[in-house]
Design a binder for this molecule. Structure first.
Ligand code: KG4
Ligand code: ZN
Length: 342
């Protein structure tokens, strides 16, 4: 018998993602985004996101099935992000998943968004080595995870104690007058700048901080340092070298992320590092991760960008792993948990 077809639904933030996966093969997917509706607010507005999910969810399911050349009748199991994320947004995906599972009389699996991000990688590179160190860097998360079994044994090693890396990008962009979401814009700007022009602080890397927060991250001090630096230049009537600021800020973010991730691998004797989340698109982060992993003898896994940002494929991929392990399905009264732990 061939492996089951799993339908995955993601709706934890501003992306409505649906995909069909068999084993580690992506059969078809579809993505709708409300990002444009949030631009004028400079960040995701939960109510706007929930309404957009509601409008997009059914057409996105239909498009994913069309893309796979399948119908819902071909689906053997349904997986959905149950958390963490925005409560109202999560509820739309979970309600749709329950309806599909109930109508098809197929099992339903509520899965964790962070684990799903990591699992996206199997669609590009096959099963994850066990253990794998995972670094998740997005607008909502900055987490170091030890993955011993992606379906059932993921532990959190460290996380941001304030802003997520992508959030820091978006906030710094706002100060520099760059549109939301700031990451891609600052990345482009940084290409023309000198990453060594300004020495911005590296959060939680002092000997004292490392005692308590060796594998944690902090980006709010960096953000404040950038704001202060820019304000001082303006106060002194000097022009602000935007490209140098963007490049120096990006260098500080990439330096801390890669340094801590590699330290975590070495400390735990782990030879494989997987990186995911929207910030993975960042040029300096990718280059620095490649160079530093090569120097440390660590094998680096980064999926294609489309699989790094929020999408349905990662949820379906994790669902397929959960089904393969024979884990117990969720009941039809599955709830959402906006701060669901791994
Ligand atoms: O994973 P994602 O699509 O959504 C979630 O937050 O879950 O990540 C979006 C974040 C935003 O903060 C955006 O500014 C950031 O990823 N981002 C980038 C780049 N592309 C997207 N940050 C830095 N450089 C980029 N090239
Ligand atoms: Zn995400």
């Amino acid at each position: 018998m061939s492996e089951p077809v799993v339908l995955g639904i993601e709706s934890s933030c501003d992306e409505t993602g649906v995909a069909l996966v068999r084993g580690t093969t992506l059969l078809g997917d579809s993505l709708a985004s409300s990002v444009d509706e949030h631009v004028r607010f400079g960040g995701v507005v939960p109510e706007v996101a929930s309404r957009a999910h509601l409008e997009a969810i059914i057409p996105t399911i239909e498009r994913a099935c069309d893309d796979a050349g399948l119908t819902l009748a071909d689906v053997d199991a349904v997986a959905v992000t149950a958390g963490p994320g925005l409560a109202g947004a999560l509820m739309v995906g979970v309600s749709a998943a329950k309806a599909v599972a109930w109508a098809l009389d197929k099992p339903l699996y509520g899965v964790n968004h962070l684990c799903a991000h990591v699992c996206a990688d199997v669609l590009d590179h096959g099963p994850l080595p066990e253990p794998t160190m995972a670094l998740l860097v997005s607008g909502g998360h900055t987490d170091l995870l030890i993955v011993r079994d992606i379906a059932s044994d993921v532990t959190s090693l460290g996380r941001t104690i304030d802003d997520a890396a992508g959030e820091a990008y978006d906030k710094v962009a706002r100060v520099l007058g760059v549109p939301y979401p700031g990451g891609p814009h600052l990345d482009r700007l940084a290409q023309q700048g000198d990453p060594t022009a300004i020495r911005f602080p590296r959060g939680l890397t002092s000997a004292r901080d490392m005692e308590k927060h060796r594998f944690d991250f902090s980006f709010s001090g960096l953000k404040t340092a950038v704001v202060r630096w820019v304000q001082e230049r303006e106060r002194d009537g000097l022009d602000v070298p935007l490209a140098d600021v963007a490049a120096s800020f990006s260098a500080a973010v990439a330096d801390v992320l890669t340094r801590k991730a590699i330290d975590a691998c070495e400390h735990h004797g782990i030879k494989d590092l997987q990186i995911g989340g929207g910030v993975t698109a960042n040029t300096q982060l990718r280059t620095m991760a490649e160079e530093r992993c090569a120097a440390a003898g660590i094998s680096l896994r980064v999926p294609r960008i489309r699989l790094c940002t929020d999408n349905g494929a990662m949820v379906a991929a994790l669902g397929a792993q959960v089904v393969a392990r024979g884990l117990t399905p969720s009941s039809l009264d599955l709830g959402t948990d906006s701060s669901l732990p791994v």
